[in-house]
Design a binder for this molecule. Sequence first.
Ligand code: SF4
Length: 192
Amino acid sequence: MSLNRREFLKFGGTTAAGVAIGARGIDVAPVEAAATSLKIKEAKVAHSVCPYCAVGCGQLVYAKDGKIIDIEGDPDTPHTLGRLCPKGAATIQLSNNPLRPTKALYRAPGSDRWEEKPLDWMYTELVKRYYDTREKHFIEKEKGKDGRDVTVNRLEAIASLGSACIDNEEAYLLSKFNRTYGIVYHEHQARV
Ligand code: SF4
């Protein structure tokens, strides 16, 4: 259907009015509550904490037949009263996500196309390249201002970028891992 601007505004206004009448004329709260309770009926609930950031919002995790079926904010959490930010509200995708890639995408040096590779191949390749790069570029000592050797144990040839998809514990381990290997360039796009 193609609409000109005037028709579009008229159409939008009518739709908005319809929604407003619907929302005011019919109390959908019991229906929504029933739909939610049906979904989690007979599910086991566990109290948990959102893994993503230090706000530490409480969550209720519902599981049925060994599978997580719903995660929502825990209303007993004093500082959030059951609210979650959009990231926390999507926590279920850590467990159930049909869109999660299951193969690695690899573009060889000089190539203009991506190839699908098995994850095991990618892990082996990462370890190999990581090891080779560290062996080649690790700086054990460098000259200080006074000309004497100073132990620095530094690796400048690898940089590490954290992800908003990793949780607090993973970010902690990544940071420890980087320090252990001497990496000095490590960053996280979600830090505050
Ligand atoms: S719900 Fe949002 S604000 Fe709360 S802990 Fe998770 S990421 Fe942090």
